[in-house]
Design a protein around this ligand. Structure first.
Ligand code: HEC
Length: 103
């Protein structure tokens, strides 16, 4: 019984994080953070003067969670990074958690 209670408490604690966004169900923000540093941050700093600027500027392009993913996919293919769907979702999850905060 004690075990069951611990398990239920843990499941309740974890589920909001897992079910965070339907637009990128397989995204892991921790993986996304690492990929962003490796592949994306350099150019974004160069283009926008600050690593987060593109995502928080008043006229930012992404308007909802699916469009965050679409922009990740656009920058992925424009730069020929060849990242797969899961990596794209992880990047979107990271950017949404950290900056956009779309539901
Ligand atoms: C060679 C430069 C470059 C690289 C590399 C790059 N980006 Fe971008 N990114 C841009 C530019 C420039 C824009 C703005 C385009 C516009 O406003 O039309 C942009 C826009 C975006 C946006 C939309 C911002 C908004 O306005 O809401 C997202 C999200 C994004 N990039 C994610 C990424 C991710 C993730 C990566 C790495 C996989 C990446 N970018 C790599 C240059 C780059």
């Amino acid at each position: 019984m004690k075990r069951l209670i611990i398990w239920l408490a843990l499941a309740g604690f974890l589920s909001p994080a897992i079910a965070e966004n339907d637009a990128f169900p397989f995204g892991d923000p921790k993986v996304g953070a690492k990929l962003f540093q490796e592949k994306c941050a350099g150019c974004h700093i160069k283009q926008f003067g600050d690593v987060a600027k593109a995502f928080v500027r008043p006229d930012r392009k992404a308007k909802d969670a699916p469009s965050v993913l679409a922009w990740v996919q656009r920058c992925n293919s424009n730069n020929g990074f060849g990242l797969g769907r899961e990596d794209e979702e992880s990047l979107a999850a990271y950017l949404n958690d950290s900056f956009y905060k779309f539901k």
